[in-house]
Design a binder for this molecule. Structure first.
Ligand SMILES: [Zn+2]
Ligand SMILES: [Zn+2]
Ligand SMILES: [Zn+2]
Length: 443
């Protein structure tokens, strides 16, 4: 490869993708014309490129699939969450004085599972379930012990409830947000339907798989005035009132599953372990919260042990997936329930690899802060791809492939590692007062 006359340009392309492990190959051209004179200001055509193609990032968020793009995604997530907490990226810095909460909502119990230390599940008098399995466990499990998160009795464990809860978790969240708004309105003496004229509730939430392979939700929730981030909330919009509303809504909201002759109708709710933490203005928590969220979004389902990174298409895929017995049983439950016509809209077979949970790892309301698209546009701008006013752009692009040959993959991985080292060194230098700008290196 290195002997190829095109190699230097190819290496430039790889470096421009940050050493992306699975770049998308595009073929085509972009022509920028002056709107009034028709003069060609800029022309780019992949015909002059190595292999007549341009490589662009895969943008996968999972470190197990693309280390380079997942790092970039984590950085963007950090800035996105942080901007909603303390401002920046076109969000006013006054948001840091608003009522802001870091909320954790869990899934309910679907049956006892082994827990990491202290003593797993002490139980005086022992006892066994109807399948003869003990109801208690006196072991102190290490956090990474294989037993942690596994049910005491797979036959007692409610796999159907677990999967259906995942399939409705996003709906449960939507109901929760609506209910918080209603509660705030009622407690402030405002007509519920007029809440939007007084205040606005914004959030960014992530879904995280716990050891028992149930999703729980971490969210930043912020209360603004009706105009969103630029607007002060009304005097009644205090952190205390918001906290009370969040606790009450987390306890009360429910979603009913559609009736199924096989399963019946389930009423789904959040678990009892709700955690609500008020974030104080200029407190030390903001960066920690943003970093925590950013770190999580790069984890693939492989890495968390809950499901797989790739969709499954057959029952055999489930049998051979490198997962625990508990997760495999969840995948089977998901696959089997996906066969029932009353659950067709939940697309459980398509989402078997995520154990029925649909939807994104990070979800945010429109007014929370900036967007991934805006952050990418800002980065393109820094790289010199500026928009020229009054210019007309004519572009034709075609997907021609993806990925690397084995040799190219090695070189790309090397480029990605070099860039990561540079970023780490620059972060260290600036921590030691070296004065290097590491605004994108914190995550
Ligand atoms: Zn990539
Ligand atoms: Zn145990
Ligand atoms: Zn049992």
């Amino acid at each position: 490869m290195a002997q190829d006359p095109d190699f230097p340009r190819w290496l430039q392309q790889i470096t421009a993708t940050g050493g992306c492990a699975h770049p998308v190959h595009l073929s085509g051209s972009t022509t920028t014309l002056d709107g009034s004179t028709g003069e060609i200001l800029h022309h780019y055509d992949t015909r002059d490129e190595p292999g007549e193609r341009l490589l662009v990032r895969c943008r996968n968020r999972r470190a197990s699939i693309c280390p380079a793009c997942s790092r970039l995604h984590a950085g963007d997530t950090f800035h996105l969450v942080r901007a909603g907490l303390i401002g920046g990226k076109n969000v006013p810095t006054t948001v840091r004085t608003r009522p802001r909460l870091f909320v954790t909502l869990t899934a309910p119990s679907f049956g006892p599972v082994h827990r990491a230390g202290p003593t797993c599940r002490p139980r005086r008098g022992g006892g066994a379930c109807e399948h003869g399995r003990p109801l208690g466990c006196g072991t102190v499990h290490a956090p990474d012990a294989p037993a942690v998160g596994q049910p005491f009795c797979p036959d007692c464990y409610d796999y159907t409830g677990h999967v259906l809860w995942h399939a409705h978790a996003s709906k449960l969240w939507d109901r929760f947000v609506i209910d918080v708004r209603r509660r705030l309105a009622t407690s402030a003496g405002v007509v519920q339907s007029r809440f939007a004229r007084h205040a606005r509730l914004s959030f960014a939430r992530i879904a995280e798989y716990q050891k028992r392979a149930a999703v729980h939700v971490h969210a930043v929730v912020r209360l603004d005035g009706p105009g969103g981030p630029t607007d002060e909330p009304p005097p009644w919009g205090t952190p205390d009132r918001l906290t009370r509303a969040v606790h009450a809504s987390a306890q009360r909201v429910t979603v009913r599953t559609p009736y199924s002759p096989a399963v019946g109708e389930l009423e789904l709710s959040w678990g009892t372990q709700t955690d609500v933490r008020a974030l104080h203005a200029d407190g030390p928590d903001d960066d920690a919260v943003a970093a925590y969220v950013a770190k999580y979004v790069t984890k693939g389902t492989d890495e968390t042990g809950a499901g797989t990174d790739h969709k499954v298409t057959t029952r055999d895929d489930i049998n051979t997936a490198p997962v625990s017995r508990h997760v495999r049983t969840l995948m089977h439950a998901c696959w089997d329930l996906g066969h029932l016509p009353e659950y067709a809209h939940l697309r459980l077979r398509t989402w078997t690899h995520t154990l029925g949970y649909r939807g994104h790892i990070l979800t945010k309301s429109r007014a929370y802060s900036t967007t991934y698209a805006a952050l990418r546009a800002e980065r393109a701008h820094h790289l010199g791809h500026t928009d020229i006013p009054d210019a007309i752009t004519d572009a034709h692009w075609r997907y021609v492939g993806s990925g690397h040959t084995p040799g190219a993959a090695l070189i790309a991985a090397g480029v990605a590692e070099d860039l990561a080292d540079c970023r780490r060194l620059s972060a260290e230098a600036s921590q030691q007062g070296g004065g290097v700008d590491n605004s994108s290196a914190q995550a």
